[in-house]
Design a protein around this ligand. Structure first.
Ligand code: MV4
Length: 447
């Protein structure tokens, strides 16, 4: 096992990794930008090095500075958390070449799945249902039109290098397709330095369900069941839960087995998430693979009892998975609410500032993953996540009741947060009945 790990991230996920390491007897080296200097969670690491100014592109995204800190800190491995360098195949490759273990998938698998077209092809070849669409890259408007006429409108134009909903464009008919393709290409080129596009039938009003997987370096691969992430706005998830409500057992089983087939085929190891959309008839389609630990991973931890960060570290240290698929028996129902420093009444505008009063809820089955405290200043330089409030209860109804109780106890003063909106959602009959799709928040709270 590793003796010392560098945590190449900040905020709640940096603290989450530091905590796991402490429990495993692993020393930690933290890195921080000038904006995070003095943050309390850094004191829980064994060492901490400044890697640059507040802007992410000058600090947390700087491979040279992160690697320098790793060399100076004399670590054997780097945990990238999520965001920043977590899905950068080049970074993973640099770690390997420096003899530092990257706690994540091999860079080859990451690069393969980062190409959304290649991922789609691999899925098709392995019997994983994909959305009807182009066979490969569409080179121009003419080719796009031919595909669209074959599969039928509406269609969704996606960037091969995209993901997480960035650079997608809907075309409702042939007339709008041409402009949409051109815009998508310009956007993709600017955002990813790769203007390649592919086409899919646009599935309207889907639910978003993702499957957590773990694979070790000894040929063992398992799924840890699913999370429902339908409650999102502009691709920012707000509430996640497990198990996914209204998912029939056969579909659920087929989806989870498909996810394992796909990651096996990609020679993927470590923790990953296979994303699906489920249409109104309950049919599921593969969308993409997220080659990282995700923000909402604790939902899965609560229902399975498996610590995903420890699993990531053990897998990277070449240990075999210590349980089998049939040992992963989900128990009860878990819900997560993301508490962001944002003002939902002002179009979710970031609300940075100093938290001058903080009361954290507790009690049976309540978990709050957060790096903040009274006196903590939320910076405008990074994502606005303050913390993740989670509950675990025997049933979904009890989990909703417990989350409402926990949100009512939570006090955060000094910044506006998404907590009141989460309460409204939990009280909404459509959420309670799980009759929602990915457009629910935007349709219901148009501000
Ligand atoms: C789709 C789709 C409908 N049809 N693909 C958005 C995030 C990215 N991972 C893929 N996304 C979607 N792809 C087809 N062919 C709808 C979405 C989508 C979505 C997916 C998951 C969660 C939230 C979403 C919100 C809007 C659109």
């Amino acid at each position: 096992m590793f003796k010392r790990i560098l945590v190449a991230n900040r905020g709640e996920i940096a603290l989450r990794v530091i905590r796991a390491c402490r429990e495993m007897g692993i020393e930690t080296v933290a890195v921080f930008s000038e904006a995070d200097r003095g943050a309390a969670y850094l004191e829980l690491a064994d060492e901490a090095y400044c890697i640059g100014p507040p802007k992410s592109s000058d600090s947390y995204l700087r491979i040279d500075r992160v690697i320098s800190a790793a060399e100076i800190g004399n670590v054997q491995a780097i945990h990238p958390g999520y965001g920043f360098l977590a899905e950068n195949a080049h970074f993973a490759e640099v770690c390997r070449s420096c003899n530092i273990e990257f706690i994540g998938p091999p860079h080859e698998a990451m690069a393969l799945l980062g190409d959304k077209n290649a991922a789609r092809k691999l899925a098709r070849e392995n019997g994983v249902p994909t959305v009807p669409g182009s066979d490969g890259v569409v080179r121009d408007e003419k080719e796009a039109l031919a595909v669209a006429q074959r599969i039928g409108f509406p269609v969704l134009i996606k960037a091969v290098a995209g993901g997480g909903g960035r650079g997608m464009r809907v075309a409702l008919d042939g007339k709008s397709l041409e402009a949409a393709v051109r815009q998508a290409e310009v956007e993709a080129e600017a955002a990813f330095g790769n203007g390649e596009l592919y086409l899919e039938k646009y599935i309207e009003h889907p639910r978003h369900v993702e499957v957590q997987v773990l694979a070790d370096q000894h040929g063992n691969a398992v799924h840890l069941w699913e999370r429902d992430c339908t409650m999102q706005r502009r691709h920012q998830k707000l509430i996640e839960e497990s198990p996914a409500p209204r998912l029939d057992p056969a579909t659920r089983q087929a989806m989870c087995e498909a996810a394992v087939r796909l990651i096996r085929a990609a020679n993927y190891t470590n923790a990953g998430t296979v994303e699906f959309i489920v249409d109104r008839h309950g049919k599921f389609y593969f969308i993409e693979v997220n080659a990282r630990i995700q923000v909402e991973h604790p939902v899965t931890e609560l229902v399975t009892g498996i610590d995903l960060i420890k699993a990531q570290i053990r897998i990277a240290a070449n240990e075999p998975l210590w349980f089998r698929q049939e040992d992963v028996q989900p128990r009860g129902h878990a819900i997560e609410c993301r508490i962001n420093a944002e003002d939902p009444s002002k179009g979710f505008r970031p609300s940075p500032g100093t938290i001058h009063r903080l009361i954290v809820p507790g009690g049976f089955g309540v978990r709050f993953d957060s790096h903040v405290h009274t006196g903590y200043t939320v910076s405008a330089h990074y994502d606005s996540l303050i913390g993740k409030l989670l509950v675990h209860q025997p049933t979904r109804d009890e989990a909703i009741a417990s989350m409402k109780r926990a949100l009512a106890e939570l006090r955060i003063e000094g910044v506006k947060t998404t907590a009141p909106l989460c309460e409204e959602i939990l009280n909404h009959p459509a959420f309670v009945e799980a009759r929602v799709d990915t457009t629910f928040i935007e349709r219901t709270w148009t501000s």
